[in-house]
Ligand binder design. Structure first.
Ligand SMILES: Nc1ncnc2c1ncn2[C@@H]1O[C@H](COP(=O)(O)OP(=O)(O)O)[C@@H](O)[C@H]1O
Ligand SMILES: [Mg+2]
Length: 317
């Protein structure tokens, strides 16, 4: 499979007086995982909406492998190789895991004519096999007949990824796939996302979980108020002063992977945990044994007033 070549050219999306996306230009042709981060309201979902044909741009355009996709209908864009998942789960809860993947496969197949008396039967068997293969790929092979409604949240997210892959995309766009997952579920799904990218499907990953984004992205683009604030490797973005001072400094202060062995960063993280109960709940910090030990000590102390600006619960959209 060839990697997707995505070009976003001077894209603007206005909702009344709000410029959700404001003159955004961004090209990506090296495959892998492109992380798209930024605070709530930065315009991330709107970018995905434009790229999937769910929202028209006010001006500018987007191209996939040289072909203009803005202005095309959503089904045409899907056929051009773009698939997505949504911030809110879009699985059919009452259907089985297998059927959730069969439905999009059947819809695609229905668009192509079959010839011959037994062809539909044959095709039905092939589609079931393909659905089962896709579900095997996301680690759901042994739960094909389970109703999605009875699955834990992390498993539903896996089914959603399999549904997106059913379209055989070149570019798959995931809107906060890790939101609401436990740390273990999140780690599993992050690994799956990485493996999807390694199989040659370009992944555009919108995600708030900074530790995961920085760990699995090859490149990270930072949006703020609809504009590109920074763009580079995870290490470059984490070191970028504008990004840190704009809004992410707190979350980017310490990544146990990137800062392993960086004594100053570790000491700063420990200090923060000792004085900030919110930081103690940070999954990135919790993964670090030294920090975990300090968290236990900190837990014995009475809570202190902290700046909650950056850690308010996110509104779901
Ligand atoms: N359909 C819409 N109608 C009006 N305003 C919208 C609509 N969709 C998004 N917005 C606004 O556009 C901005 C960007 O939103 P969004 O793309 O959802 O941001 P993000 O996904 O980064 O949180 C926000 O100010 C949001 O309120
Ligand atoms: Mg969003």
């Amino acid at each position: 499979m060839t990697e997707a070549r995505l070009e976003i050219i001077d894209l603007t999306v206005r909702f009344g007086g709000v410029r959700a996306v404001d003159g955004l230009s961004l090209s990506h042709s090296q495959g892998g995982v492109l992380g798209l981060i930024g605070p709530n309201g930065a315009g991330k979902t709107t970018v995905l909406n434009v790229l999937s044909g769910a929202a028209p741009p006010t001006s500018g355009e987007a191209r996939l492998n040289g072909r203009r996709i803005t202005g095309l209908r959503a089904d045409r864009i899907a056929r051009a190789g773009v698939a997505r998942t949504f911030q809110n789960l879009q699985t059919f809860h009452s259907l089985s895991v297998l059927h959730n993947v069969l439905v999009p496969l059947e819809a695609r197949a229905a668009a192509k004519p079959v010839v011959g008396l037994f062809a539909p039967l044959l095709r039905g068997g092939q589609l079931r096999q393909r659905a089962a293969d896709l579900l095997g790929r996301v680690g759901m092979a042994d739960q094909l007949d389970t109703p999605v409604a009875s699955l834990p949240y992390g498993a539903r997210r896996r089914v959603e990824v399999a549904r997106a892959l059913a379209a055989d995309p070149r570019l798959v766009m995931l809107d906060e796939p890790l939101a609401g997952l436990s740390r273990a579920e999140s780690d599993d799904l992050a690994r799956l996302i990485r493996s999807v990218a390694d199989s040659g499907v370009t992944v555009l990953l919108v995600e708030h979980d900074m530790v995961a984004v920085m760990r699995i992205s090859d490149r990270v683009a930072v949006l703020e108020q609809g504009q590109l604030l920074a763009d580079g490797t995870p290490a470059e973005v984490q070191a970028d002063e504008r990004v840190r001072s704009a809004y992410l400094g707190d979350e980017l202060d310490y990544d146990p992977l990137l800062h392993k062995g960086d004594k100053r960063a570790e000491a700063a993280a420990r200090q923060r945990v000792a004085t900030d109960p919110d930081a103690a709940a940070d999954p990135g910090l919790a993964a670090d044994p030294d920090v975990a030990a300090d968290q236990e000590a900190a837990a014995d102390r009475p809570p202190q007033t902290t700046d909650r600006r950056r850690r308010e619960p996110r509104a779901q959209q």
